[in-house]
Design a protein around this ligand. Structure first.
Ligand SMILES: Cc1cc2nc3c(=O)[nH]c(=O)nc-3n(C[C@H](O)[C@H](O)[C@H](O)COP(=O)(O)OP(=O)(O)OC[C@H]3O[C@@H](n4cnc5c(N)ncnc54)[C@H](O)[C@@H]3O)c2cc1C
Length: 383
């Protein structure tokens, strides 16, 4: 085991750090769950792309930099360390992108990946339905074959950023006689297709982070299917593996939170009662980073992400909640204040806490991840 970086990796880190120092917006962008913030984040993605940093681990021909996963982790450390904006196209670049690389035809890769890297096309994820969340195999949205097209009918819900996105990748039932995991297909749908209606869902704060998407006889070319017909479940599970196991939440994000937490603890008088909790948060973030480097090394050696991705997802989501709870405890009643009454060190913690609470729900709830670990990692009986 070698924990050191190579001279080339160190050089890449310095180069990325310098570029980010010169380009990261000085003031935070407005929330990406508003029309204005979404547009500003899309612009930032174009800046990243022009600098060659949109998705460093992708092949150059698709708009990447040809780096390996270790270099991607290094870039993420620099990215979060520089306080750069959240990635508005995360469903595309972190979830659909790797899935397309594995299952897409050469034509599909050439069609979708470069536009995704430039965020000319921002993606939403259309899996959940009103009666198919944890139980995703209960999906009922149908896609009937009609000549060269599928005709879609049904409803998706909780689609992050779909209120403003351009495309959505969906899991739909292509075999009407099928049940559960069988007979599903993975289909890419432009959100401006006639018969597709997007209804934003306002959140507690009034912003529209989600949307419901309705399909009423929406016609989509059959060529928009990713992978074989009726075998969408296998492809969706690969996407979920990238989501839970590696890409969606890189360790650098939590290491940055742990650094902010340590500095908050010092600013708020270094309360000895919370010292161990703050130290624990730091150690957890470091442990998560080491474990992710181990996963990346395993993948580089030809390994694959499997059910153990569920362990990862539980770890980062629960760590995030804990870190934010600790911050709120340090801030006390100041946590609820808004500018100009709020002290500067309170900025972002309450919003971060509210979002952290969603971590144990999205990407598959932690209860479901515990079921997966019990059955598929530990081999315990199903009931
Ligand atoms: C911030 C956020 C972003 C999201 N973004 C998207 C998105 O972009 N696209 C998308 O398709 N979906 C998205 N979702 C939806 C998310 O995937 C679902 O909320 C999640 O899968 C749970 O489904 P549900 O809400 O229907 O809850 P339910 O499935 O109804 O579950 C309710 C409760 O019962 C528990 N439960 C259910 N079944 C079991 C079981 N067998 N064993 C033990 N406990 C069980 C669950 O853990 C949960 O606590 C998002 C959700 C959030 C919070």
């Amino acid at each position: 085991m070698d924990f050191a970086f190579t001279p080339e990796q160190e050089a890449f880190r310095r180069e990325a750090r310098a570029w980010l120092a010169a380009h990261v917006p000085k003031a935070p962008l407005p929330s990406m769950d508003t029309a204005e913030g979404f547009a500003a984040h899309r612009e930032w993605e174009k800046t990243l792309h022009d600098g060659g940093y949109a998705m460093v681990s992708w092949p150059v021909e698709y708009g990447g930099r040809g780096c390996n996963l270790i270099e991607w982790l290094i870039f993420e450390e620099e990215y979060w360390g520089a306080g750069a904006p959240g990635r508005v196209n995360q469903n595309g670049i972190f979830l659909l992108g790797p899935t397309l690389m594995e299952f897409g035809t050469p034509e599909q890769k050439a069609r979708y990946l470069p536009r995704m890297a430039r965020s000319e096309e921002v993606w939403a994820q259309g899996w959940s339905e009103p009666n198919a969340g944890s139980d995703m195999a209960a999906i009922r949205t149908s896609a009937r074959v009609d000549g060269d097209h599928y005709v879609l009918n049904g409803q998706k819900t909780w689609c992050s950023r779909a209120a403003f996105a351009d495309w959505i990748f969906c899991l739909v039932r292509t075999d009407p006689k099928s049940e559960r995991h069988k007979g599903l297909s993975f289909i890419l749908v432009p959100l401006d297709t006639p018969g597709v209606r997007v209804r934003p869902i306002p959140q507690l704060d009034g912003e529209t982070g989600f949307a419901e998407v309705f399909f009423d006889d929406a016609r989509v070319p059959r060529g928009n299917r990713l992978g074989p017909e009726h075998e969408g479940w296998k492809i969706a599970m690969a996407t979920a593996g990238f989501e839970r196991g590696l890409m969606l939440r890189s360790p650098a994000r939590f290491q940055a939170t742990a650094r902010r937490l340590r500095s908050l603890w010092k600013t708020r008088g270094a309360d000895p009662a919370l010292r161990d909790t703050v130290a624990r948060a730091w150690m957890d973030a470091e442990a998560y980073s080491l474990s992710t480097y181990a996963t990346a090394s395993r993948l580089l050696a030809g390994g694959r992400i499997g059910a153990e991705a569920s362990l990862n997802k539980i770890f980062w989501s629960e760590m995030d909640v804990k870190m934010h709870e600790t911050a709120l405890a340090l801030l006390g009643t100041d946590a609820g204040l808004v500018p100009p009454a709020a002290p500067p060190e309170a900025a972002g913690w309450l919003d971060g806490f509210l979002f952290a609470l969603a971590g144990p729900i999205y990407a598959g709830t932690n209860e479901i991840q515990r079921n997966v670990i019990a059955e598929r990692v530990l081999g315990l009986p199903r009931e």
